[in-house]
Design a binder for this molecule. Structure first.
Ligand SMILES: [Zn+2]
Length: 480
């Protein structure tokens, strides 16, 4: 990357919600999902629970939602802006300004090392997010308006209830409008849900552990449901699955009662693709008999993992120019060629380089190589440039399914480079965004920094970083 695009929240992350019922939740085990996708919580500060107000790093939420954030170090003021809403919060103060009006906070923003924590429920709701807490999963579900995911609230499926645009909690369900779920079963590697009205399910995958979640907005369990199968007094039940290798259990519950939403979860033994069949004929089917291969299976069926390694820039594109007039493209290629030599020794890993000499494949070409090959992972190697004082390594990802790869690769990048840890970051970059497999972009140091630049072109540094990259690849792919 020639330039860093990060400005304001480079060193602070913030978030926090106020959940009265969170007193029981072990803060460290709380997960946050944005429109069904898990968010990074471990970098830039841990989740904190302050008198029942759970404070969580907001950096990823902020980045993924695209809020503008400004941090005034002198006055310790955080300004968050989105369209016509402006929030001003001050570290240590329990009053915030919403478009200039004072609002009391349940918990004051606080600074923990270099991370700023702010009340997430407050911020989320002020910014128009819907915030749900699932006590069973100890998880927060953030739902952006019109996302079409989450638990279906606000998506207008409550025909005739006229509650669009209002806080769901203020509007009682008209239970006559709800679809009844009459039965849930699993056979022939298919989940089947019987309903008596048209239902538009929201379905998404989650990892750690792998599962497929199906939310059924505007539904309730039919009165007859519990006579046919397990449903306890808290409206929870399950089906143990033994005869199908992909699935261990089907769980179902009344996930939300305003508006009434049933959630069905397929607990998987490994990540699995699915096909949703909903012809509005009274049966919703989630079919796991899909041809798409299980993630991790290499193309060609040889059982090997396939890694695409991308040396950034090249040819007519030099990338960043170092303070000693060296070209980024040469650093990138030198490291990638060293990675190549190491990967040749790995019998369980196949690899493809997007370039192995001083040429310039377009960004589209690089992505196409990886997508056409159905690579397991994509790793792009770069060096950064910024202010003279900026120093250290960063790992970028775009899609949340790349986060776990980013964390593993970054751990080894920090270790092997010996440079400052500038953290895993989320950013919309072509090669990490358009690829279809977990993909990261490594920034291995700053060519604009005297100390970083002095080591980046040394054999020793490049060998170490190449070794780190290969260690990361092996760990992520589970290759011994
Ligand atoms: Zn670059």
């Amino acid at each position: 990357m020639k330039k860093i695009g990060f400005t304001v929240f480079m060193f602070f992350a913030m978030v926090l919600f106020v959940f009265p019922q969170w007193g029981h939740a072990a803060a460290g085990s709380t997960s946050i999902y944005l429109d069904g996708k898990g968010l990074e919580l471990t970098k830039n500060g841990q989740v904190q629970n302050v008198k029942g107000n759970v404070m969580i790093p907001i950096r990823v939420v902020v980045e993924e939602l695209g809020f503008d954030v400004d941090w005034d170090k002198k006055t310790r003021t955080i300004t968050i802006q989105q369209s016509d809403t402006q929030l001003k919060l001050v570290v240590g103060q329990s009053t915030a300004l919403v478009n200039g009006k004072e609002v009391k906070l349940a918990a004051a923003p606080k600074l923990v090392s270099d991370t700023t924590l702010v009340p997430l429920r407050f911020v989320g709701e002020q910014m128009g997010l819907k915030v749900n807490w699932n006590n069973e999963e100890k998880a927060v579900y953030l739902i952006t308006p019109n996302s079409g995911s989450g638990n279906g609230t606000g998506s207008g499926e409550n025909a005739g209830s006229g509650n669009e645009g209002q806080t769901p909690g203020q509007v009682p369900d008209n239970s006559a409008n709800l679809a009844n779920v009459g039965g849930i079963s699993f056979s022939d590697n298919r989940l089947m849900i019987a309903v008596d009205k048209n239902v538009k399910p929201n379905i998404f995958k989650m990892a750690g552990p792998d599962r497929i979640v199906i939310d059924l907005p505007s539904t309730k369990f039919a009165d007859s449901f519990s006579t046919g199968q397990l449903l306890d007094q808290t409206q929870n039940g399950y089906i143990d699955v033994t005869e199908y290798p992909d699935v261990s259990k089907v769980r179902y519950a009344l996930f939300n009662d305003q508006p009434s939403t049933i959630r069905v979860v397929l607990d998987l033994n490994h990540a699995k693709n699915y096909e949703l069949i909903n012809n509005n004929d009274g049966l919703i089917i989630v079919n796991l008999n899909t041809d798409a291969s299980t993630p991790g299976t290499a193309p060609g069926g040889n059982g090997k993992k396939l890694v695409v390694i991308d040396a950034g820039h090249g040819g007519s594109d030099p990338g960043a120019i170092s303070i000693t007039k060296k070209k980024e493209k040469d650093f990138n290629l030198a490291v990638v060629l060293k990675v190549q030599e190491l990967l040749k020794q790995e019998s369980d890993i196949d690899f493809v380089l997007t370039r192995s000499s001083d040429t310039y494949p377009t960004l589209q070409d690089r992505v196409k190589i990886a997508n056409d090959l159905k690579a397991d992972i994509f790793i792009s190697v770069h060096a950064n440039s910024g202010s003279a004082t900026a120093s250290g390594v960063e790992t970028y990802y775009t899609r949340s399914e790349s986060l776990s790869l980013a964390k593993v690769m970054h751990k080894y990048l920090v270790q092997s480079s010996g440079l400052k840890d500038r953290s895993v970051r989320s950013k919309s970059l072509h090669v990490t965004r358009e690829t279809k497999m977990p993909a990261v972009l490594l920034e291995c140091g700053y060519l604009s920094n005297k100390n970083d630049n002095a080591v980046l072109y040394t054999e020793d540094f490049q060998n170490r970083v190449a070794e780190g990259i290969v260690k990361g690849i092996k760990e992520y792919l589970g290759v011994k």
